[in-house]
Design a binder for this molecule. Structure first.
Ligand code: ATP
Length: 609
C-alpha cells in the first residue's frame, strides 16, 4: 500500500458499517459451520449415517450462501457503485481493527475478499482494497472456551493403560464401547516399540480436543512424545454390528496418516474454536502437506483455495519454466495443461466436443460439482474451481496458446502480457494410468503393472460402493498418485450407479443378429453391458492376465447388479482409509516399527460383511 493513499483518519461511517456487516456475515457463517460439526457427533453416536452424509454435503454450500446473503445485504443497504476509493480503503482498515482478538482472523479475511470481489471490479483486487496477503496474525491464538486446542496426558504419572483409556473417554461419546479395555490393550501393544520399557521424563500424548468425523468413522488425532522422538497417531472409532463402539486400529505410520488426510477424500467435520491452531498441530504431524490442503480437508475449502492461490503465485514468481500441455492422451472435452515444476494440472472446458460426446459446458460443470459434494472415498481427485485467473503470457508455450485459442476461445482474454482464463479447474497432478502401465511394461516391471491393475479395479469397486459409475473406464481417465494409489479424474460422464441399468447382452435370435456389426437390440441411454468392458480394457495380454486374476467380477452383469441392489436397499458401505491388515479385528501380529524404505503397496478394500 503506497504511503500517499493511506488515510490518516478513519472518518467514514459507511466504511465502518460495511465492515461490521461483513464481520457479522462471517461470524454467522462460522457459527453454522461449527453447528454442523457438533451435529456430526450426534449422528455418529446414533449411527445416523444418511443424516451424517446429507449434513456433510450441505455444509459445503454454506460459505457461498453466506457470501451471497452478505452481498445482498450490502446492495440493499448501500449503493456499492457509489462508494469512493477512499471509503473502500477505510473499509479494509476498519475490518482489520475489528479482527483484533478474533479467533479466526484468517478465515474472516478470506470472507471479506469473497464479499468484496463480488462487488468490486477486477482492477481493485489488490492489497489496498482486499487481503491479497494476510494481515492479522494467527500465531498463538488461544482458545477461550473450556477445551484447549489439544490436551496433554502423561503416561509416566498416570500409567499407560489408564492414560490411553482416558484419552478415549474424555471425548464423552454417548454410545458405549463394546470392550474398551481390550481395544486399549491392543493400542498399547502397538505403541510398545515407541515407548520401550522405560518412559522418558517428558513422555506424553498430545491429543486434539475435538474428534474428526467423516462417513461412519470418528478419529482421535494426536502425537506421542518420548525423549526427542515424536510419533503421530490416529485412533479410528467405528460402530460394530451391534451398534457399540470399537477402536478399529491405530495408525502409526506417517504414510497412512497422509492417506487419511488425502485430497481424494471427503472433508472432515471437526468442531474447532481456533482452526489455525488445528492446522498448526496437523502440520507438525504432516510437515510436507501444504497448509492449503489441511484447511481444505477440515472443510474450510475457501481458505484452502485462498492459500493455494497464494502458494501458486509465489511459485510462479520463483520459477521460470513454461506452461505446456499435460503429457498423455488429449481429452475430448477438457484441455489440460501444467507447469512441469508445479504438482498440479489446470483444466479448461473446451468450447466444442467431437462425437461421441454429447454434453454441454453446464452439464460438465454440474458433474464436477457433483464430485465436490460427493464422498470421494479416496478415489476421486478434489478440484479447485477458479474464475478469471490471470497468467503471465510469456510463461506459456506457443503451442499451448494456439491450442487454447483453438479449443476454448470463449474463455480467453488477453490484456497486455496477461492471459486471463475465465474459468478453470485445478487438480493434483498424477501419472495417467495408461502411461504408468506402458512405462511398467517397457521396463519389464510386472510388479508395477499388476499393482496398477489391482489398484484400478479397487478404485472402481470403491467408487461403486459410493454409488458412482465412472462412465468412461479407460485407463487414461485414472491417475496414479505419489502413494501409488489409483484415482479417477475424468468426471464428464459419471452417473449414479442407481441410475444405470446393468444388462447382459441378449442371445442372438438368428444368424443375422449374430453377424450384425452394430448391436441388433435396442440400447437405452443408461444401459451398461459389463461383458463388453473387456473389449476396450483387455487388449494387452499381460493386463488381461492381471485383470482376470484380481477383478474378473467386474466383467459380469451380476456383480454390478448386486452392488446396485445393496445401494437401493439403503446399505452404506464401509470404505476404510487404511489397510485391512492393520485392523484389530483381523488380529494380525503387530506390524513392525514404521519407516519403510518404500511407500507400502496396499489397496483399500471394501469390507465384506
Ligand atoms: N490430474 C491429472 N494429472 C495428470 N494428468 C492429467 C490429470 N487430469 C487429466 N490429465 C491428462 O489430461 C487428459 C485429459 O483429461 P480428462 O480425462 O480429464 O479430459 P476429458 O476431456 O474429460 O477426457 P475424455 O476425452 O476421456 O472425456 C488425461 O487423459 C490425462 O492425460
Amino acid at each position: 500500500m503506497s504511503q500517499a493513499v493511506f488515510p490518516k483518519l478513519l472518518s467514514s461511517q459507511i466504511a465502518f458499517d460495511i465492515a461490521g456487516t461483513i464481520r457479522d456475515g462471517f461470524d454467522k457463517h462460522y457459527r453454522l459451520f461449527r453447528q454442523a460439526s457438533q451435529d456430526a457427533k450426534r449422528y455418529f453416536e446414533k449411527g445416523l449415517w444418511n443424516e451424517a452424509q446429507a449434513a456433510a454435503r450441505s455444509r459445503i454450500g454454506f460459505y457461498d450462501h453466506r457470501v451471497q446473503e452478505c452481498v445482498q445485504l450490502l446492495e440493499d443497504e448501500y449503493d456499492p457503485a457509489e462508494l469512493t476509493d477512499e471509503v473502500w480503503r477505510e473499509l479494509k482498515l476498519h475490518y482489520i481493527g475489528m479482527l483484533a482478538g478474533h479467533k479466526r482472523p484468517e478465515l474472516a479475511e478470506t470472507f471479506f475478499n469473497s464479499v468484496c470481489c463480488n462487488i468490486l471490479h477486477r482492477s481493485y483486487f489488490n492489497n489496498e482494497f482486499i487481503f491479497v496477503r494476510p494481515v492479522v496474525s494467527t500465531e498463538y491464538i488461544e482458545t477461550e472456551e473450556l477445551s484447549p486446542t489439544y490436551r496433554v496426558y502423561y503416561p509416566a504419572v498416570d500409567g499407560m493403560t489408564f492414560t490411553l483409556k482416558r484419552i478415549v473417554t474424555n471425548f464423552q461419546l454417548e454410545t458405549r464401547f463394546a470392550n474398551l479395555s481390550r481395544d486399549v490393550a491392543q493400542v498399547q501393544e502397538r505403541l510398545q516399540y515407541f515407548f520401550g520399557d522405560e518412559l522418558a521424563p517428558n513422555a506424553q500424548f498430545q491429543v486434539l480436543s475435538s474428534l474428526f468425523f467423516r462417513n461412519k468413522g470418528a478419529y482421535i488425532v494426536g502425537k506421542a512424545i518420548n525423549g526427542d522422538r515424536e510419533l503421530p497417531f490416529v485412533l479410528p472409532i467405528l460402530h460394530n454390528r451391534n451398534g457399540e463402539l470399537v477402536l478399529d486400529t491405530v495408525l502409526l505410520e506417517r504414510e497412512q496418516i497422509v492417506i487419511l488426510f488425502s485430497f481424494t477424500r471427503a472433508y472432515f467435520l471437526v468442531d474447532m474454536e481456533v482452526p489455525s491452531a488445528y492446522v498448526q498441530f496437523l502440520r507438525s504431524l504432516l510437515p510436507r502437506k501444504p497448509r492449503s490442503e489441511i484447511y481444505t480437508i477440515l472443510g474450510l475449502q475457501k481458505q484452502g483455495k485462498t492459500l493455494f492461490y497464494r502458494d501458486y503465485l509465489q511459485h510462479l514468481k520463483h520459477s521460470s519454466d513454461l506452461f505446456e500441455s499435460a503429457p498423455g492422451i488429449r481429452g475430448l472435452v477438457m484441455l489440460v495443461f501444467a507447469l512441469p515444476s508445479f504438482p498440479y494440472v489446470f483444466k479448461v472446458i473446451k468450447d466444442f466436443y467431437p462425437a461421441p460426446k454429447e454434453t454441454t459446458r453446464a452439464q460438465i460443470k454440474e458433474k464436477y460439482l457433483l464430485v465436490k459434494h460427493h464422498d470421494r472415498v479416496g478415489r476421486m481427485a478434489d478440484t479447485l474451481e477458479y474464475s478469471n485467473v490471470a497468467f503471465p503470457r510469456h510463461r506459456f508455450a506457443e503451442e499451448l496458446i494456439a491450442e487454447l485459442k483453438h479449443h476454448a476461445p470463449s474463455l480467453l482474454e488477453e490484456e497486455g502480457d496477461q492471459l486471463i482464463i475465465r474459468h478453470l479447474y485445478i487438480e493434483r497432478r498424477m501419472v495417467p494410468l495408461n502411461m504408468w502401465l506402458t512405462n511398467a511394461e517397457a521396463a519389464g516391471n510386472d510388479l508395477d503393472m499388476e499393482h496398477g491393475i489391482v489398484e484400478y479395479g479397487n478404485a472402481i469397486k470403491d467408487l461403486v460402493a459410493a454409488n458412482i459409475f465412472p462412465g468412461d473406464m479407460l485407463y487414461k481417465n485414472f491417475g496414479v498418485t505419489r502413494h501409488k494409489r489409483v484415482v479417477f479424474y475424468d468426471y464428464d460422464e459419471i452417473e449414479y450407479i442407481t441410475d444405470c441399468v446393468f444388462r447382459k447382452i441378449p442371445e442372438p435370435r438368428n444368424e443375422e443378429d449374430e453377424m450384425a456389426s452394430e448391436p441388433w437390440y435396442p440400447i437405452g441411454r443408461h444401459d451398461v453391458f459389463p461383458e463388453q468392458f473387456g473389449k476396450f480394457l483387455l487388449g494387452n495380454a499381460k493386463i488381461r492376465k492381471f485383470f482376470m486374476k484380481h477383478h474378473a467380477d467386474l466383467l459380469t452383469q451380476e456383480w454390478w447388479q448386486a452392488r446396485k441392489q445393496r445401494i437401493l436397499d439403503g446399505f452404506i458401505e464401509d470404505v476404510f482409509p487404511y489397510p485391512q491388515s492393520i485392523r484389530f479385528c483381523n488380529q494380525l501380529p503387530a506390524p513392525p516399527a514404521p519407516a519403510p524404505a518404500e511407500p507400502p503397496l496396499f489397496s483399500e478394500t471394501i469390507e465384506n460383511e
